[in-house]
Design a protein around this ligand. Sequence first.
Ligand code: NAD
Ligand code: UFG
Length: 339
Amino acid sequence: MATILVTGGAGYIGSHTVVELVKAGYDPIIFDNFSNAKPAVLDRIKQICGRRVPFYAGDIRVYDQLAQVFAQNKIDGVIHFAGLKAVGESVNKPLEYYDNNVNGSRVLLQVMRDYGCKNFIFSSSSTVYGEPDALPLTEQSPIKRANSPYGQTKIDIEYMAQELQHAHPDFSVVLLRYFNPVGAHESGLIGEDPQGIPNNLMPYITQVAVGRRECLSIFGNDYPTPDGTCIRDYIHVVDLALGHVAALNHCLDKAGVHIYNLGTGVGYSVSDMVKAFSKVLGHELPHKFAPRRAGDVVACYADASKAKNELGWVATHTLDDMCRDAYNWQKNNPNGYDD
Ligand code: NAD
Ligand code: UFG
């Protein structure tokens, strides 16, 4: 089976994808600098998979560190998760974001080209669509100038990879635009472990649920939506991981640019999320309304039919599954991988 280099494979989505790659018979190799991950995740992956997954500590911005992996292994394809992802932080640290994300991706693509590896799968985001003109979002929806350096790096990397494919037509470039990944592996062994105060909704909710934080602030209840709170397309991280396996199965060695939305196609409001989570918890999650957060789009959800028709992939986990698995992970690991 094919050997797949997974940059950022120790992170949240990367670790779940490594597990599903092993299950599907691929041979993943993890490459990560642990800037936003803990080494403990490697043992957890081993517990789930029943075998150790090869691992290199390194930074994608350092050519020689990546080249060593390609020199020592025949890499058939790369799934590229490594990067910085905090929208708010990126506003204050734009250079760090362009360096890690855009420059890091450039170095990675250069190493791939030099070593003749032609399969590239990239973690893009629905953020490339900006504030949508129409919903649901299809892959044809216009790309809008991002309202954060983070979002702009996703757009820049998409263009860079497409331009490389144009110059080297035998490359297969897959751009996967994720909607809102949440939840955790059902074992409760791996999950999302943000450092500091969580920026994202689900980890904030789970930390309130286990008593690490007092109360969830819902940012804005005066949006033009049925209940006044923002709408997103939340997708279980295991479905997302399986989306990568489906993309590999379909696009490996298939020259061209392949773009897919990975979402469920269903939008839920922040209040819907609080209700669903409270049901799993058995009592109401402490929450209050707070002012709007700068930069939030009102509503965003996918038309995921292209992935269904071409990859044979659909998200199957329900909102209850997402809440149950996220809570199970946080209950088992109240302080994340530090336990
Ligand atoms: P994460 O922070 O958990 O994982 C990223 C991993 O990359 C971490 O393990 C980190 O240590 C590593 N890393 C960062 N910079 C690196 C570098 N220079 N060299 C080597 N390793 C490096 O994030 P995640 O949620 O798993 O996201 C993975 C990818 O998916 C990111 O590119 C992110 O932008 C993208 N994405 C995430 C979301 C989301 O909501 N989580 C949504 C859309 C897209
Ligand atoms: N929210 C709250 N309270 C919180 C945290 C979030 O009310 O404490 C609300 C937000 O205002 C928003 C919704 O919950 O309405 C979802 O917010 P998230 O921060 O969880 O997710 P975003 O949609 O803002 O962004 C996420 C990732 C981005 C990615 C985007 C699309 O953070 O990196 O999904 O994939 F680009």
